[in-house]
Design a protein around this ligand. Structure first.
Ligand SMILES: [Zn+2]
Ligand SMILES: [Zn+2]
Length: 419
């Protein structure tokens, strides 16, 4: 029957259930039998030794191996570990692992097997253990363990290992060995183990913000050989080591480490640095960063696209305005140019006309002047001719005179000579 949502009654409702609940109480009452057996020192040593060995069986076996599979061991060692764990009288290995896995799946939620938050301190400490509600084992959650027949056998006869130890205590150490050595250590072991389900979800500090109320508690860690680092454990269940820092004393881990050196166990798992430092897994961080970058990129692309669209709209609006403006201006300018061309043409015509007139005037003036000059020249030529004619006449007269003079001179000369 599935333990996920037990339909069993919460309180004993049959003679058998009452017997089981009272048997749990009877173990406590039997501790007082020491009044008659006495408390010899060897029984006290036996009590301490049985507490220590069986606490190791609970934390290294039931919890860190069978419930969480945080390290490996061979089949014989696995059987011995289950046997040792079952000497704690905490029911069978399959029952323990199934209920503990259930606790992690629903920590401090309404479905949790033992939650102080949901059902109060007493229930989380011992109530759920003696209640019929969680008597059965949900085999579907421990398939990995149930495939071993020897574990199923141990589960079926779960009292046998404890009864063997009880018998040996009585056989070697007498009634004090049974009462002080076995029963005392068993009851102390029960309540120490149960503090992790109750106190470790109430008293202590929280390094990691898990969804449950789990706490780290130094005193509980000493008492339970490292299980008191319960907040660490709820934060990262896959680690064999529950004390994440050197000062977080974790005796179970130290013993398992020594056993791994002796090759009795192997593949002890450490918490990864990002888990201890409470950072996201590097791959997750990378994926997140990539996702963020992609989102950022998409956002920017959208922004750029929007801007481009706005710019395009603005440009086409401006082009339209500019086009209208330009057409108007071109029209305006062409009117202006036409007018100017017209002006230029008329001024050229005017200039040409003026120039023509001037040339005409100058030509006529020049003609007049040339005529005048010609007349004057003719006059002067006539004058010169007259002068020349006068001069020629005077020259002829002079020549005639010279001839005359010369004749006279000659005549004179002749007359003299004749004389
Ligand atoms: Zn656990
Ligand atoms: Zn817990």
């Amino acid at each position: 029957m599935p333990a996920e949502s037990s339909t069993q009654a919460r309180y004993p409702d049959t003679p058998k259930e009452w017997f089981l609940a009272l048997r749990f109480g009877a173990m406590h009452l039997l501790c007082f039998a020491a009044i008659w057996t006495g408390v010899p020192w060897e029984a006290v040593v036996l009590c301490v030794a049985l507490y220590a060995v069986r606490m190791f069986g609970v934390t290294a076996g039931y919890h860190r191996y069978f419930s969480h599979r945080t390290y490996k061991m061979g089949r014989v060692m696995q059987f011995l570990m289950a046997f040792l764990a079952q000497t704690s009288m905490q029911r069978g290995v399959l029952w323990w692992a199934a209920h503990h896995r259930h606790h992690h799946r629903h920590s401090d939620e309404p479905e949790d097997v033992h939650s102080v938050r949901q059902d109060g301190f007493f229930w989380s400490h011992v109530g759920w253990v003696i209640s019929p509600q969680w008597r059965d084992t949900d085999m579907s959650s421990v398939k990995d363990l149930a495939r071993f027949p020897e574990l199923r056998l141990l589960q079926r006869f779960h009292h046998v290992p404890a009864l063997i130890v009880a018998f040996l205590c009585w056989a070697f150490f007498g009634w004090a060995g049974l009462v002080v050595g076995f029963i005392w250590s068993t009851v102390i072991l029960w309540h120490s183990t149960f503090t992790i389900n109750s106190l470790a979800h109430v008293v202590g500090s929280r390094r990691y913000d898990t969804d449950d109320d789990s706490k780290n508690n130094f005193a509980l860690a000493l008492l339970t050989f490292g299980e008191g680092w319960h907040n660490n454990h709820h934060h990262y269940q896959a680690s064999t080591r529950q004390g994440f820092y050197w000062w977080e004393i974790d005796i179970t881990y130290y013993v398992l480490w020594a056993m791994s050196k002796l090759r009795l166990v192997s593949d002890l798992r450490e918490p990864p640095p990002h888990v201890v430092e409470n950072r996201p897994h590097p791959a997750v961080a990378l994926r997140k960063a990539a996702k963020r970058a992609r989102a950022d990129f998409d956002e920017r692309i959208t922004e750029v696209r929007n801007r481009a669209q706005l710019a395009r709209q603005e440009a086409s609006r401006r082009a339209e305005v500019l086009g209208t403006d330009l057409a108007a201006r071109i029209e305006e300018m062409s009117d202006d140019v036409e007018e100017r061309v017209e002006n230029l043409r008329s001024s050229v015509t005017n200039v040409r006309r003026g120039a023509h007139d001037k040339v005409e005037r100058l030509a006529s003036e020049a003609t007049v002047k040339v005529d005048d000059l010609a007349q004057e020249m003719a006059m002067r030529m006539a004058k010169l001719r007259n002068h020349a004619e006068g001069a020629s006449d005077r020259a002829a007269e002079a020549i005639d005179e010279i001839v005359e003079v010369t004749r006279i001179q000659t005549q004179t000369g002749t007359s003299i000579s004749q004389a």
